[in-house]
Design a protein around this ligand. Structure first.
Ligand SMILES: NC(=O)c1ccc[n+]([C@@H]2O[C@H](COP(=O)([O-])OP(=O)(O)OC[C@H]3O[C@@H](n4cnc5c(N)ncnc54)[C@H](OP(=O)(O)O)[C@@H]3O)[C@@H](O)[C@H]2O)c1
Length: 251
């Protein structure tokens, strides 16, 4: 039997879908046949990706949502069900990685914001989405190697993503009886806006590239194969896993 990577007739919701890795996954899922909910804080970016999805012949629903705000998470799920009727795949991709040189420089605002987007939002969205998901559905949490190899300047981010790894394993257990699989993609370095902001110099980017055996930074599209695998029946026996897509970051 050949594994199926087909998402025809399915609806995939991608948070942080307006750019970077989220946009790449939204377009990859649309090419595989899914209709897409594109969510992020700023509606124009979502609308622009929605147009790209529609150009691929799929339905697209652009929606503004600040994922730290649970009322907005509820509104996002409700609007998606009302408009598209189902959610088969949720990608908790929205994330921020603010830098603070030392723990003493971490403000309460930075702490709350970082935990809110990377951890608090994904928990609520997964809990709400699972209520609507049929057997065979999939939740994908986008984590970071910063959760496994933390560095001081992104301490809170690393801790939030480590929490997301733990939540992935909890969600996998809780949702297994419903036939919903939950996995995390633990990302290395990809050329996106947030990476460019975090690594502004060529020297710093070259140092980041040397962190993996591939010794390069990936294009956003290089996450799509793993995301599609986890989203589809091809991964029917894979749940609760942290899958590193990092060019080979070794211990
Ligand atoms: N790029 C990398 O090297 C790398 C490495 C490890 C992990 N990751 C993870 O991969 C994910 C995507 O990162 P990226 O590099 O693609 O980032 P990006 O290009 O900066 O995109 C971030 C996306 O998240 C949205 N977003 C930010 N805050 C949000 C909020 N509060 N609520 C809803 N949406 C929000 C942004 O849109 P709006 O501004 O419109 O909200 C945007 O669509 C993140 O979880 C990140 O931690 C990335």
């Amino acid at each position: 039997m050949n594994p199926s990577f087909d998402l025809s007739g399915k609806v995939a919701m991608v948070t942080g879908g307006s750019k970077g890795l989220g946009r790449a996954m939204a377009l990859g899922f649309a090419e595989a046949g899914a209709d897409i909910v594109v969510a992020s804080r700023k509606l124009p970016g979502c609308e622009s990706v929605a147009k790209e999805v529609q150009a691929l012949g799929r339905r697209a629903l652009p929606l503004a949502c600040h994922v730290s705000d649970w009322a907005q998470c509820e509104a996002l799920i409700e609007a998606s069900i009302a408009e598209l009727g189902r959610i088969d795949v949720l990608v908790n991709n929205a994330g921020i990685a603010p830098v603070a040189p030392r723990l003493l420089d971490v403000t309460e605002e930075l702490f709350d914001k970082t935990i809110g987007v990377n951890l608090k939002g994904p928990l609520r969205l997964a809990a709400l989405a699972a209520e609507h998901m049929a057997e065979g559905s999939s939740i994908i949490n986008i984590s970071s190697v910063a959760s496994l190899r933390p560095i001081p300047t992104t301490a809170v981010y690393g801790a939030a993503k480590a929490g997301l790894n733990t939540l992935t394993q909890v969600m996998a257990q809780e949702f297994a009886p419903k036939g919903i699989r939950v996995n995390a993609i633990v990302c290395g370095t990809f050329w996106t806006d947030s990476f460019r902001k975090a690594v502004p110099s060529e020297k710093a980017a070259a140092a980041a590239a040397r962190g993996s055996v591939s010794r390069r930074i990936a294009e956003p599209e290089e996450i799509v194969g793993t995301a599609l695998y986890l989203a589809t029946d091809a991964a029917s026996y894979t749940t609760g896993q942290l899958i590193q897509v990092d060019g080979g970051v070794l211990p």
